[in-house]
Ligand binder design. Structure first.
Ligand SMILES: O=C(O)CCC(=O)C(=O)O
Length: 219
C-alpha cells in the first residue's frame, strides 16, 4: 500500500479501519481498536510533519497555571490558551498559520463522525508520563450540533466521563492506541478528562507518551 497520506478506497479502508459496533459510554461512541497498526503508523508519520510545521508548545491557563500537556493544531483554526483566555486562533503562538489536517486523520472523521460538516481544527495533545487533563467541557466552538471526534495513539490513558454539569458520578475507561471516540448529540457537552497515562503500555511512539487528536468544527 502506498505510504503517503491519501484518500482511501473501500478495499484500503478494510485494511486500515476495524468497523464494529461502538461501545456506548454515556452516549459517547467508543470504537475500540478502530485503527490498524498500519493506520496508526501512517498517522504518526503525518503528525511528525504537522509538528515540524507547527511545533508543540506548553499552554498556560488564563489563571497562569502551566498545562501539563503540550499541544499544537492543524486546520484553519488552532486551539490556544494564555492569560487572554481559551480560544481558537488562525495562527500558532509563533505567528505562522497552522498546517493542513492530514488526510489520514480526515478519513477517520469521514468514516465515523456522522457529521454534516468538515472539521476546522485538529487539536494535537501530547502527554508525557506525568501529563493529565482536568475535567472540562469542549465549549469554545459555535456549533454544538457537530460532534468532537478523538483519536488515541501511543500509551494507554485513563479517560473519565462525567455529566452535563460539573460534579456527580463519573465513569472511567482506558483509551488505547487506535481507539476512536465520538462525542456527539447530548454527549457532546459531557464533562471529561484524562486522569493519567500508563507509561510503556504501547510501542507505537519510540520515545513513549501519548498523542490525542480531537477534531472539531469551530465556527
Ligand atoms: O486526551 C484525551 O483523550 C481527551 C482530550 C480532550 O479532552 C480535549 O482535548 O479536550
Amino acid at each position: 500500500m502506498e505510504k503517503s497520506s491519501h484518500f482511501l478506497n473501500e478495499a484500503e479502508i478494510e485494511g486500515f479501519f476495524r468497523m464494529a459496533e461502538p461501545i456506548n459510554l454515556r452516549g459517547m461512541s467508543l470504537y475500540d481498536g478502530f485503527l490498524s497498526l498500519e493506520a496508526q503508523e501512517q498517522m504518526v508519520k503525518d503528525l511528525r510533519e504537522v509538528v515540524r510545521a507547527a511545533p508543540l508548545f506548553s499552554p498556560i491557563t488564563p489563571s497562569g497555571k502551566a498545562m501539563s500537556v503540550r499541544m499544537t493544531s492543524a486546520g484553519r483554526y488552532g486551539w490556544v490558551s494564555d492569560r487572554k483566555g481559551y480560544r481558537y486562533s488562525e495562527t500558532h503562538p509563533d505567528g505562522g498559520p497552522w498546517p493542513a489536517i492530514p488526510q489520514s486523520v480526515l478519513n477517520v472523521w469521514e468514516k465515523v463522525s456522522g457529521a454534516s460538516r468538515s472539521p476546522e481544527c485538529c487539536l494535537v495533545n501530547f502527554y508525557d508520563e506525568t501529563a493529565k487533563m482536568g475535567m472540562h467541557q469542549d465549549r469554545d466552538e459555535q456549533d454544538f450540533s457537530q460532534p468532537v471526534l478523538s483519536i488515541s495513539l501511543g500509551d494507554d490513558a485513563l479517560f473519565r466521563v462525567g455529566n452535563l454539569t460539573r460534579g456527580g458520578k463519573t465513569e472511567s475507561v482506558w483509551l488505547r492506541s487506535g481507539d476512536v471516540l465520538v462525542m456527539g448529540g447530548e454527549a457532546r457537552r459531557l464533562y471529561h478528562g484524562i486522569d493519567r497515562v500508563k507509561p510503556n503500555s504501547s510501542t507505537l511512539l519510540p520515545k513513549g507518551g501519548r498523542i490525542n487528536l480531537t477534531l472539531r468544527v469551530v465556527t
